[in-house]
Design a protein around this ligand. Structure first.
Ligand code: HPA
Length: 267
């Protein structure tokens, strides 16, 4: 299936992307800076994900930024929406088939580390999969990668160093920490957040882990950056709202996307 999707995309552009971009919800229309863009709607791709589950709008944007060929997902698929894990990772596998070697993933996350504040950016050092499901479960895609992929350097140390180097140059302050994926869609209870804190988690969200696991399986280098949009449940004595998450994400979007695109120039 991912081969066919890759072929469909290849037929529509002469650009051969080597960098993949997955932008988190509320993190802005970063794709506007992409040059020579070709838009491919998810719903037009045969064999792609049935986007009726959530009335999903979404598309790939293939293009260039400062001579770097890239493909971005405008709209991603979340496990909490009801998609199967194999669907959530399908775009990443198609990207790999297209020739993508580096994947940059951003997301919105709740701050579990009490030293964090809403608006902070956090380089993902490592993750904990709290969904109880591994997206690679089932028959192995031998043509993509091994049955038992190593996750020791899932978040590429070189890319993380580059992120810190760039951020310093740009005067952007960056955190680093452990991201835990919870299945959602309800936000966590304060007891769950207290548990995650004991486990060494710094930020919590409902995405990213499946895509990163699939990318590592397929031999891609990954950089993940979380935007801390709110303090996780129970860290502060107040309820949290989706509006707060979206508002903080859109405020930080500019910083995050300028960091990401400045990084891309150096890849
Ligand atoms: N929990 C889970 N996912 C999130 C949060 C949160 O607090 N904030 C943004 N995404």
């Amino acid at each position: 299936m991912y081969d066919e999707i890759a072929r469909f995309i290849k037929e529509r552009t002469d650009i051969q992307p080597v960098i993949g971009l997955i932008l988190g919800s509320g993190l802005g229309d970063a794709t506007e800076v992409i040059e020579r863009p070709v838009f491919i709607n998810y719903r037009d791709i045969p064999g792609f994900i049935d986007t009726t589950v959530e009335g999903h709008k979404g598309r790939f944007v293939v293009g260039e930024f400062k001579k770097k060929a890239l493909i971005a997902m405008q709209g991603r698929f979340h496990y909490y929406e009801g998609y199967g894990m194999e669907q959530v990772i399908l775009p990443v596998r198609a990207m790999r088939r297209l020739g993508v070697k580096t994947l940059i993933v951003t997301n919105s996350a709740g701050g579990v580390n009490p030293d964090f504040s809403p608006g902070d950016l956090m380089v993902i050092q490592d993750h904990i999969n709290m969904t109880g499901v591994n997206p690679l479960r089932g028959r192995n895609a031998d043509d993509l990668g091994p049955r038992f992929p190593d996750m020791t350097y899932a978040y590429d140390p070189g890319l993380r160093r580059l992120a810190f180097h760039k951020a310093k140059e740009m005067g952007i302050s960056l955190r680093q920490g452990i991201y835990a994926m919870m299945p959602g869609p309800s936000y966590e209870t304060p007891a769950e957040i207290a548990m995650l804190r004991k486990l060494g988690v710094d930020a919590v969200g409902m995405s990213t882990v499946p895509e990163v696991t699939a990318a590592v399986h397929a031999g891609m280098k990954v950089l993940g950056i979380s935007c801390i949009t709110n303090m996780a449940a129970g860290i502060l004595d107040k309820p949290l709202t989706h509006e707060e998450v979206i508002e903080t994400a859109s405020k930080a979007a500019h910083l995050l996307t300028s960091l990401v695109f400045s990084l891309i120039q150096d890849l």
